[in-house]
Design a protein. Sequence first.
Length: 93
Amino acid sequence: KLGVDVNALAACARKLGVDVLVSGHTCVFSSHKVGDRLLLNPGSATGAPSFENENPNPSFVLMDVNGAALVAYVYELVDGDVKVDKIEFSKRC
């Protein structure tokens, strides 16, 4: 299993100087708060198979950014039902 290298993504976010890093490639939704940064992978809206998972749940993320605050709404199709989760993140000033 390949897995997500959270430390590498956090290092990339630090190098880029971003508070929120949106990445992809695994086609599987994930979110991680690392220090004062948020790492998001929205997954795949079509549920495309990947090395991580041959049958991932289709998912996507809508982000509402308001100043230093972000609310990410995660939509995921699980067993025929749409599940919606909310992730709240604020930049430390």
